[in-house]
Design a protein around this ligand. Structure first.
Ligand code: PLZ
Length: 429
């Protein structure tokens, strides 16, 4: 097998520079909560491929379902010759997503594609154009979703012009805005009413816990107030649960923590244990406002990805991965809080379930938007963790958040070892 160093050389001459990798090591195998690189080194996985392998890498049921499906048929295109697996995934989505109303789903291949389609559907259903998004939001890298995404570097720089009729308002960010959920919502709603106008809003699109933007958990009451305003405005409330969905936060969807029933939900990532699948699920009358043929794509709901999704969902139920995510929180949270007590550079520990973060700041330096972010220390901690064999991601508008996204099947021993490596990384820097 070629070494990482050899592969890196080949890569430099063949792979576009714009596609970068967090670590310089190349994967050989990955299973459960660990990965082994081609140089024979084992890594603890606190990344889950960015919240994708919730059921673990190469999860046994997923592997078996994919193998069985790939031998029966690989692709027909659902728009040409339909198949049961697609229908079954849509049935599961209707049952699992919050809201006891008639639902429909459409399947796609990537998260960005799901978000694009949710916006298409909301515009079609309302006959309106404006889409409201939030500070720190991340929704993808395609042209429309770049416009929906907040952060310019690396996602948007030099890639414009961007799509129109997108309006950004304030997100509740307790560490930085000092507002209650109700106050933050009132402020954001004021912005919408004054700068967009309620009658023009097709959709309000929000991540119930922000992912790439910094694992920002809005203050309690913020999401329900925004959802209630959206309903009163006759607009579509879209929850982007692409990163938060499928047991990640200790419930099937993060909206459920505050009892919210979105009109539309976008999902991807964790849905299929690593196979590319995404969905828009929501109220039948909104989804079905679109004419036949108005939605689709060659690969959307590919049968292998659907088989993987059905096996992933079965695994989540069987192993009760919601409980597993809550268990991870109960083990990791006290360790992170103890770490914060030791290191004044940790300004906050937050998150829910197996979506946990520490925000790194410069102690004693407070500005208008809260404690000064320390992106340099954050990058150094991540690098130290990588050198110790821990796959660890950062995020945040200010690049100063370290996030924990372990696969939900991670063993207590692996979790303990990973947390120890994180503690060691902080101690080294
Ligand atoms: N919505 C909430 O988290 C993907 C992106 C990583 P795709 N997040 C990881 C990167 O740097 O590209 C994401 C998300 C939320 C939408 C998306 C987009 O999903 O499957 O990457 O298109």
């Amino acid at each position: 097998m070629a070494s990482s160093a050899e592969l890196h050389q080949r890569r430099s001459a063949a792979v576009a520079r714009g596609v970068s990798s967090m670590i310089p090591s190349y994967v050989s195998t990955a299973a459960g909560g660990t990965m082994t690189d081609v140089d024979g080194r084992e890594w603890i996985d606190f990344a889950a491929g960015i919240a994708v392998t919730n059921v673990g890498n190469a999860a046994p049921k997923v592997v078996a379902a994919v193998q069985a499906q790939v031998e029966r048929f690989t692709h027909t295109c659902f728009m040409i010759a339909p198949y049961e697996q697609y229908v079954a995934v849509c049935e599961e989505l209707a049952a699992l997503t919050p809201g006891d109303f008639e639902k429909r789903s459409a399947l796609f291949s990537s998260g960005a594609e799901a978000v694009e389609n949710a916006v298409k559907i909301a515009r079609h259903a309302t006959g309106r154009q404006a889409v409201v998004v939030f500070d720190h939001a991340y929704h993808g890298r395609t042209n429309l979703t770049m416009a929906l995404t907040a952060k310019v570097m690396p996602y948007k720089q030099g890639f414009g012009p961007f799509a129109g009729e997108i309006y950004r308002v304030a997100m509740s960010y307790p560490l930085r805005d000092g507002r209650s959920g109700a106050d933050a919502a009132a402020y954001a709603i004021g912005q919408i009413e004054k700068t967009v106008g309620a009658v023009n809003v097709a959709a309000v699109l929000i991540e119930p816990i922000q992912g790439e933007g910094g694992f920002v958990v809005p203050a309690e009451g913020y999401l329900p107030a925004i959802a209630a305003w959206t309903k009163a405005a006759g607009a579509v409330f879209i929850a982007d649960e692409i990163q938060t969905g499928f047991c990640r936060t200790g419930s099937w969807f993060a909206c459920q923590h505050e009892g919210i029933e979105p009109d539309l939900i976008t999902t991807a990532k964790g849905i299929a244990g690593g196979l590319p699948l995404a969905a828009v699920t929501g109220r039948a009358e909104i989804m079905d406002s679109v004419h036949p043929g108005g939605l689709g794509g060659t690969y959307g709901g590919n049968p292998i990805a659907c088989a993987a999704a059905l096996a992933s969902i079965e695994t989540m139920r069987e192993l009760d991965l919601n409980a597993a995510a809550r268990h991870i929180e109960s083990v990791a949270m006290p360790r992170l809080e103890a770490l914060a007590a030791k290191h004044p550079s940790i300004g906050e520990v937050r998150g829910r379930g197996a979506m946990l973060a520490v925000e790194v700041v410069i102690p004693g330096e407070d500005g208008a938007a809260g404690p000064a972010p320390d992106a340099v220390r954050t990058a150094a901690v991540a690098k130290a963790a990588h050198e110790l064999g821990l796959l660890l991601l950062t995020c945040g508008t200010y690049g100063n958040v370290i996030r924990l996204l372990p696969p939900l099947i991670i063993s207590d021993d692996e979790l303990d070892r990973g947390l120890s490596l994180l503690e060691q990384a902080f101690a080294t820097v």
